[in-house]
Design a protein around this ligand. Structure first.
Ligand SMILES: Nc1ncnc2c1ncn2[C@@H]1O[C@H](COP(=O)(O)OP(=O)(O)OP(=O)(O)O)[C@@H](O)[C@H]1O
Length: 308
């Protein structure tokens, strides 16, 4: 762990106002806004503590997560939140937010281990999350690989970093260029359903052809025509071409349209995984993820047949 971090393993963080004590176990990750640590509270519960020098971002994230836990009717849209406080570190005030620890691995690491055919299955789950979030009148905003974790115990994708969640109709507060349609000159930075749909498409490209992101952004200037050219010529994106071009052309603008286009890819992914499983004897949690994805497919199919 690098020495420029706020906290070291073993250090105790005591909130100035609520007086709750947390023991730091290690760093989970760091971003532009803060550092996130794995901590234990006084009852021994393991949690995530996000610390930042500015209170505004954390207070907003806390407010968003609290509101989502109230409106999401039991669905774990975001990590549950437990505390918001501040602490004095080296003569400076630091603010912190304590939330549920999302146990999981990053999407690229997961795909490296399990194979790229899992990409549509993971995106299908993200569609469900985003749809639920959109029902609350918000866009996720800063959707990117770094903000998704695959929770291995339940075989589920979870989203972290809700600091970018923005009510529909307002300007997106946090974004990352690669995923930002405005950066690519493909629309505004207004929080809308299709803002997240565009980011989903860019996430698919980043996961399926990771080197493309570097190649297409190395000049620091977005090149939309090179992006389209890559989509139409890169063999790794061949099966995804219709979906991706649909997003870029504005034909696929909703999560439900994205999901419809995704379904054949999910089916193919599930079939491939079943074949892989025959080779890989012992059962593990991914069996349940396959069963779960099959169920989602069935539900979507029933919805389609019954309500169209
Ligand atoms: N609740 C959590 N449980 C587990 N890991 C988490 C949690 N929240 C964040 N992380 C990890 O910490 C990393 C950084 O967190 P986060 O994205 O919230 O920071 P940030 O400063 O807001 O980042 P950004 O630069 O993307 O805005 C995440 O990519 C993730 O790996």
């Amino acid at each position: 762990m690098s020495s420029d971090l706020l906290f070291r393993p073993g250090q105790t963080v005591t909130g100035l106002w609520h007086k709750r004590r947390y023991t730091v176990e290690g760093l989970l990750g760091r971003g532009a806004n803060g550092e996130v640590y794995r901590v234990t509270d006084s009852s021994g519960q393991t949690l995530a503590l996000k610390a930042a020098p500015l209170s505004s971002g954390l207070a907003l994230e806390h407010k968003i997560l609290k509101r989502l836990s109230e409106v999401a009717r039991g669905a774990d849209l975001g990590p549950r939140v437990f505390d918001l406080d501040d602490v004095q570190v080296g003569g400076q005030k630091q603010f912190f937010l304590v939330m549920e620890l999302v146990r999981g691995t990053t999407l690229p690491a997961f795909l490296d281990r399990r194979g790229r055919h899992w990409t549509p299955v993971l995106l299908l789950q993200l569609c469900t999350y985003l749809e639920r979030l959109h029902e609350t009148g918000n866009a996720f905003g800063d959707l990117k690989a770094e903000n998704c974790l695959v929770e291995e115990a339940r075989g589920a994708v979870r989203l972290v970093d809700f600091g970018g969640v923005t009510p529909f109709g307002r300007g997106v507060k946090e974004y990352t260029e690669w995923y930002d349609r405005a950066w690519w000159g493909r629309g505004s930075r207004m929080a809308e359903e299709d803002y997240d749909v565009f980011a989903l498409a860019m996430l698919a490209i980043a996961l399926l052809a990771p080197d493309l992101r570097k190649a297409l952004t190395e000049s620091g200037v977005p090149n939309g025509s090179r992006l389209r050219q890559a989509v139409s010529s890169d063999a790794r994106l061949a099966d995804w071409r219709g979906l991706l071009q649909g997003v870029f052309d504005g034909r696929v603008r909703t999560i439900s349209a994205f999901r419809q286009e995704l379904l054949p890819l999910v089916k193919a992914g599930v079939r491939l995984e079943q074949k892989e499983k025959v080779r890989r004897k012992p059962r593990d949690w991914t069996d349940w993820l396959v069963v779960g994805s099959g169920l989602v497919l069935m539900l979507v199919f029933c919805q389609f047949v019954l309500f169209r």
